[in-house]
Design a protein around this ligand. Sequence first.
Ligand code: HAM
Length: 413
Amino acid sequence: MKLIKAVRGTKDIYGDDGIKYDFITKTAQEFFKNYGYSLIKTPIFEETDLFKRGVGEGTDIVEKEMYTFQDRGERSITLRPEGTAAVVRCYLENKVYAKEDVSRYFYAGSMFRYERPQAGRQREFNQIGVEVLGESSPILDAEVISMGYSFLNKIGITDLEVTINSVGEKESRVKYREVLLNFLNPMKEDLCDDCRMRMEKNPLRVLDCKIEKCKELTALAPIITDSLTEEERNHYETVKKYLNLFGVKYKEDPRLVRGLDYYSSTVYEIVTNKLGSQGTVLGGGRYDNLLKQLGDKEIPAFGFAAGVERIMMLLGEDFPKRDLDVYIAWLGESTMDPAFKIANDLRLSGKSVAIDYNSKGMKSHMKKADKVGAKNVIIIGEDEMSKGVVMLKDFVNRTQEEVSIENLKNILK
Ligand code: HAM
């Protein structure tokens, strides 16, 4: 029989990877809670138009990477390629802006992009992300950049580089578009097909092209920071001032434009040199125009998303492995039922417990306890049972004592 395999570009997460995934997403959620973020979960699929209008018709995501299909009701549905557009859709649909001034959300989950799979690039991948809606202060930009950076440091990922830029807003974008097109027009025929298309739809994205020839040709392109208005420049300067205050080292990259159309003003990425060409661990920025585009609302917003698989690759073996409170070793048939009763009671009192269903000798129990990473082992032998006690072995401190069954819960607290 032919075994069915996972679809190209998808990856199972289980075993140690499952523990790593859990560690990353749970630590992120806990960490971001300190900054006032709460969980948001939006559907995995949305109406296709949300991404066309949100992410932008000229982007790689919308042009060639979306998983789009007709459902049985003949609606055009798309598996979400990213999280921001859906968060904004939910926020607008539920009129959250009428209920609170500033909303701060955290999310974690699968995204789908039909890209060419390689290490660190999948067709189904996971992101953790945050979105803040309703705040225009540049201090927020710096705070969110610092939060993502500090989170990565906290879980053990260092050697990261923060690159930032300002891509301006409407007025300066129109001005820059013209300046850039004047520069690009004479070389149009030498640019790649994608770049020629980008020149029509969003010329800024020509600067994001990964093809060497295009990079070389546009190396001396005018930079957007020269077209910023005074207000935009002040915003950018304040972001940098607060990044310094929060101790975040950054590099300015005037060519950083990001691959999604909704950005304005501050954009940034956090990059590593340890993942080859897929070195962007986290990316985000301000998207004040997206709420206008999707719901005709003047509401500012800022956020980021990070690739969980890329974080997992960077963590390697450096994460807290199995963390089990107790392994129960029962020796002899008559100890089996009391052992399972103790396991059940301890689990109900909040302890994590492992117990084997088959009778085993002491040696193989100890091996198993070690393998599952138990901090304690409770040994239940027939002699101990008759006295109403068990042997409690502390694997961490290497001590051992006889404990009455009633007292177990208190001791393991
Ligand atoms: P993005 O830059 O498209 O931004 O994706 C964010 C991160 O997701 C990337 O830096 C990368 O780590 C990861 N990622 C993207 N594509 C793949 C892939 N094919 N395989 C593995 N990992 C991948 C966004 O998605 C925006 N929604 C971020 C944002 C939130 N901006 C404002 N708020």
